[in-house]
Design a protein around this ligand. Structure first.
Ligand SMILES: [Zn+2]
Length: 378
C-alpha cells in the first residue's frame, strides 16, 4: 500500500513519514478511529514506507525488492493479527489458521476491513470474532524470531479491543520491550474497549473519518458513478463501508426507478406488450428483490400523492437520474385512485411474500394499475 493510494490525510501522512526520517519510529503505536476509516490502509502504508529501501520524501519507491514484496502481499516480515472464529477442526484458533482467507479478504475489501464483513466472509454465522491466549502466544513467539529480510518485523494487529483480557495481558511484556527490530501497529475502532494496560504502552494516533467530498472521491475510485457517489457521500457520515453499502443499494434502487418509469408509461398508455416487458423483467428477480421493488413503488405512489395534494415539487435523485419527472406523473395519482393503487401494490407485495407466482401477480397488478391510473380526478 502506497501513501498516494490513500485519499487526503496529508498531515497524518507527513507526521508518519517524519518519524521515519527523524529516526524516531516508536515500537508500539495505536491508530484509532471510528469504524469505516482508512486507519488500516494508513498503518499498512506506514509499515511499507518504513521498510522501503529507497523511500522519497512523500512515499515508498514502489520498485525496490521490499516494495515489490509489499505490493504483492508477500512481505515475509509483515505479520497480521486479527479476530478469528472457532470451527469443528480448530478449537484454539490463531490468525495463522486463517492467513489465506485474510489475505484474500483484504484484497477484496478496498483496504477498509470491517468486522461484520470479515466474519461473513468466513461464514461465521452467529459466531463472534475472538482473539485468545493462543493468539498472544503466537505473537510472542513470532516476535522473538529473527527477521527474514534483516529489516524491521512489523505486526499489524487489527481490532485489539477484541483481545480477551488474559490474552492482552500476555502481550504486555512483548509490546513494552520487543526483541530485535520490531514494530507493533495496533488498529482500533473502539479505543475505550482496548485494555488500558495496552493503550498506555502505545503511542496513539487519531485517524478522523473522511469528509463527504473525500467519501465521494473514494467511492468514484471504487467505480461508483459521480451522481451516486455525491448522493451517497452525504448519507454515509464518513463511514466508507457504509458508503459502499449505500452506493450498492443505490445502484439497485436506480434499476427499480427505471423499471417504474417504464411500467407507469406502459400503464398510462395501456400498452399490453410494454406491460409484459416490465412483468418479465421484474418477475425474473428473486422474491426479496421483487418485494423490495414493490415497497419502493408504494413509497413512490405515496410521495406522488403527497406532492399532488400539497402542490410541492418533488426532488428525487433516483428518478431524476432515470429521466422520469415525478412532478409530471404526480397528477395521475389523486384522491379517487390513490387508495386502490396503494392497496393493489400492497396485495402484490403480500402475495409475492406468500410464494404466489410472480408473473401472475405482477400481470394482474399491472392491468388493475392501468385501470386505476385512468380514473379521472374530480
Ligand atoms: Zn521501495
Amino acid at each position: 500500500m502506497l501513501f498516494k493510494d490513500i485519499i487526503g490525510h496529508h498531515r497524518i501522512k507527513q507526521q508518519l513519514i517524519s518519524t521515519v526520517k527523524d529516526g524516531r519510529v516508536s515500537h508500539a503505536q495505536l491508530f484509532y478511529s471510528k469504524p469505516g476509516s482508512t486507519s488500516f490502509s494508513l498503518a499498512l502504508a506506514y509499515a511499507h514506507y518504513i521498510n522501503c529501501l529507497n523511500p522519497s520524501a512523500e512515499d515508498s519507491c514502489g520498485t525496490c525488492s521490499n516494495c515489490k514484496q509489499f505490493l504483492s502481499g508477500n512481505y515475509p516480515d509483515l505479520h497480521y493479527s486479527f479476530p478469528v472464529i472457532t470451527n469443528d477442526k480448530i478449537k484454539k484458533p490463531t490468525s495463522d489458521d486463517y492467513r489465506k482467507e485474510w489475505l484474500d479478504y483484504i484484497k477484496r475489501c478496498s483496504g477498509i476491513p470491517a468486522l461484520h464483513d470479515w466474519l461473513s466472509y468466513l461464514d461465521a454465522g452467529n459466531k463472534q470474532g475472538i482473539m485468545t491466549v493462543s493468539e498472544s502466544s503466537s505473537l510472542n513467539r513470532k516476535s522473538s524470531l529473527k527477521s527474514y529480510t534483516g529489516g524491521k518485523k512489523v505486526f499489524l494487529i487489527w481490532l485489539p479491543e477484541l483481545f480477551h483480557p488474559s490474552a492482552a495481558n500476555k502481550l504486555l511484556k512483548t509490546i513494552e520491550e520487543p526483541e530485535g527490530d520490531t514494530l507493533f501497529l495496533l488498529i482500533s475502532e473502539n479505543l475505550e474497549k482496548v485494555l488500558q494496560t495496552i493503550t498506555s504502552r502505545c503511542q496513539k494516533l487519531f485517524i478522523p473519518l473522511y469528509r463527504p467530498t473525500e467519501v465521494a472521491t473514494w467511492l468514484e475510485q471504487q467505480g461508483t458513478d459521480t451522481n451516486t457517489a455525491e448522493l451517497t457521500s452525504l448519507l454515509a457520515e464518513g463511514n466508507l463501508n457504509e458508503a459502499l453499502r449505500i452506493a450498492e443499494d443505490s445502484a439497485r434502487f436506480h434499476e427499480y426507478a427505471v423499471l417504474f418509469r417504464d411500467w407507469m408509461r406502459a400503464c398510462l398508455r395501456a400498452r399490453v406488450q410494454e406491460i409484459f416487458t416490465f412483468v418479465d423483467a421484474l418477475s425474473k428477480q428473486s422474491r426479496e428483490t421483487i418485494k423490495e421493488a414493490l415497497s419502493f413503488y408504494i413509497q413512490t405512489i405515496e410521495l406522488s400523492l403527497k406532492s399532488h395534494v400539497t402542490a410541492s415539487p418533488i426532488e428525487h435523485p433516483l428518478f431524476k437520474k432515470a429521466s422520469f419527472d415525478l412532478n409530471k406523473f404526480a397528477p395521475f395519482v389523486h384522491a379517487q385512485n390513490a387508495g386502490p393503487i396503494h392497496r393493489q401494490l400492497s396485495e402484490a407485495h403480500r402475495d409475492i411474500a406468500r410464494n404466489a407466482n410472480p408473473k401472475i401477480v405482477l400481470s394482474d397488478c399491472s392491468f388493475k394499475m392501468s385501470r386505476y391510473l385512468h380514473i379521472k380526478a374530480s
